[in-house]
Design a binder for this molecule. Structure first.
Ligand SMILES: Nc1nc2c(ncn2[C@@H]2O[C@H](COP(=O)(O)OP(=O)(O)OP(=O)(O)O)[C@@H](O)[C@H]2O)c(=O)[nH]1
Length: 332
C-alpha cells in the first residue's frame, strides 16, 4: 500500500490566525512588542464584560484591568520571563471587569519571536477564567478555618471538663480517704495502707511498727464543755502530734477519740521512743477547763506472716494494757 505523503504545513496568514482566535473561548492576546500593538479576541473582551475590540489595542489596556494589589506581582513575573530569568509565563491574578467586579484569571503566554538583540518581538498568550475554582478554594479555606476554630473551641471545652473531673476525682478520693474533722487518714485508708505496708515489710524484710493511741478521759470534755469544744480539741491534738512524725509515717483516726500511727521501717524500740515523744507533747496541751489532756499508747511491731487486722488487734490489746495500767502510758 502506497503511503500518502503528509501535506507540508504552509503556516497561517495573520488574517487566518486572527480568524482562528475569534473562535477560541479563552481570552487570547497577541502582543507585537516592536510596534506596541496588541490584538485581543472577542472572548477576551467578553470575559471582562466589554464589547469586542472596544478598548485600545495597547499594553496599557491590559495593565489597566489588572487588580492594583496584584499588579506588582504580575509585572515582576512578566519581566522575569521576558528577561529569560524564568522559563515560563504563567500566573494567576485578579482582573477588574467593566462593572467593577473582580475576576480571577490564569494568564499564560509564550514568546514566539525575538529580535536579533534577544528582546521580545512577539508574544502570544491567553487569559482563562478560573474565577469559580478560586472562589471555591476561598470558600473551602473559610470553612476549614471555621472548622478548625470549632475544633479548638471543643478541645478547650473538653480540657475544662477534664480538669473539673480530675478535681472532682481528687475531692472524692479525699472524701473517701480522709477524716472530715481532723483531715487525717480515715479508718478505710488506715487499713488499706497497713495492708500495703505489711506486704512491703514481708517483701523487703523491713521492720514495721504501729502505735494505737486513745485520749484519756475525753468524755468529760464533751460533757462539761460541749461537743464543739471536743471537736476543736481533736483538731488541736492532731496538730500537736504531727511534728513528731516523719514524712513516711501515717497518722489516722481510727474511731471517735482513737488514733493510729503507721511507722514503716521502724522497730518496736524506735516506735516506743516516738510514742513517748508524742505522749509528752500531748501532755503539754493546755487543759480544757479542769480537764488535763493525756493519751494512752499501745505499740507493736509487725511479725512475720501477720496481716493488718492481726496487727491492729495486737496494737489495740497493748493500748488496753496502757489504759489498765493507769493511762498516759506507752505499753508494748
Ligand atoms: N467531740 C467529739 N467527741 C467524740 C467524737 N467521737 C467520739 N467522741 C466522744 O469520745 C468519747 C469517748 O468516750 P470513751 O470511749 O468513754 O472514752 P474516754 O472518756 O476518753 O475514756 P477512756 O478512753 O477510758 O480514757 C465519747 O464521749 C464520745 O462521744 C467526735 O467526733 N467529736
Amino acid at each position: 500500500m502506497s503511503q500518502v505523503p503528509k501535506p507540508v504545513p504552509t503556516g497561517f496568514t495573520e488574517q487566518q490566525l486572527h480568524t482562528l482566535f475569534e473562535l477560541i473561548s479563552d481570552g487570547v492576546w497577541d502582543w507585537h512588542a516592536n510596534t506596541g500593538y496588541v490584538y485581543r479576541n472577542p472572548a477576551w473582551y467578553a470575559m471582562l464584560g466589554y464589547d469586542s475590540h472596544s478598548l485600545d489595542n495597547s499594553v496599557l489596556t491590559w495593565e489597566n484591568v489588572i487588580h492594583p494589589e496584584d499588579y506588582p506581582r504580575v509585572m515582576a513575573h512578566f519581566e522575569a520571563y521576558l528577561e529569560q530569568r524564568s522559563e515560563a509565563y504563567c500566573i494567576e491574578y485578579r482582573c477588574i471587569r467593566r462593572d467593577g467586579s473582580h475576576l480571577w484569571v490564569e494568564d499564560r503566554g509564550y514568546i514566539i519571536d525575538r529580535n536579533e538583540d534577544g528582546t521580545v518581538a512577539r508574544m502570544l498568550g491567553a487569559h482563562r477564567n478560573i474565577d469559580d475554582r478560586k472562589r471555591l478554594v476561598v470558600q473551602l479555606e473559610l470553612r476549614n478555618q471555621s472548622l478548625e476554630s470549632l475544633v479548638a473551641e471543643r478541645t478547650r471545652e473538653l480540657s475544662w471538663v477534664n480538669q473539673q473531673l480530675l478535681r472532682q476525682l481528687d475531692e472524692n478520693r479525699q472524701l473517701a480517704e480522709r477524716d472530715s474533722l481532723t483531715r487525717t487518714a480515715n479508718r478505710y485508708h488506715l487499713e488499706k495502707t497497713l495492708h500495703q505496708e505489711c506486704e512491703r515489710a514481708r517483701r523487703f524484710r523491713e521492720p514495721l511498727a504501729l502505735i494505737a493511741m486513745d485520749l484519756d478521759n475525753f468524755k468529760p470534755v464533751n460533757d462539761l464543755y460541749g461537743h464543739a469544744r471536743g471537736d476543736a480539741l481533736l483538731i488541736e491534738l492532731v496538730e500537736q502530734v504531727r511534728p513528731h512524725l516523719r514524712e513516711q509515717d501515717m497518722l489516722a483516726r481510727w474511731g471517735g477519740d482513737e488514733f493510729a500511727v503507721v511507722l514503716p521501717g521502724t522497730t518496736l524500740t524506735q516506735a516506743c521512743e516516738t510514742a513517748q515523744r508524742i505522749r509528752k507533747a500531748v501532755a503539754e496541751l493546755a487543759p480544757v477547763g479542769e480537764c488535763r489532756l493525756t493519751m494512752s499508747y499501745g505499740v507493736v511491731q509487725w511479725r512475720e506472716g501477720e496481716n493488718q487486722h492481726s496487727l491492729l488487734a495486737r496494737a489495740d490489746q497493748a493500748l488496753y494494757r496502757a489504759k489498765a495500767a493507769g493511762k498516759n502510758i506507752v505499753a508494748e
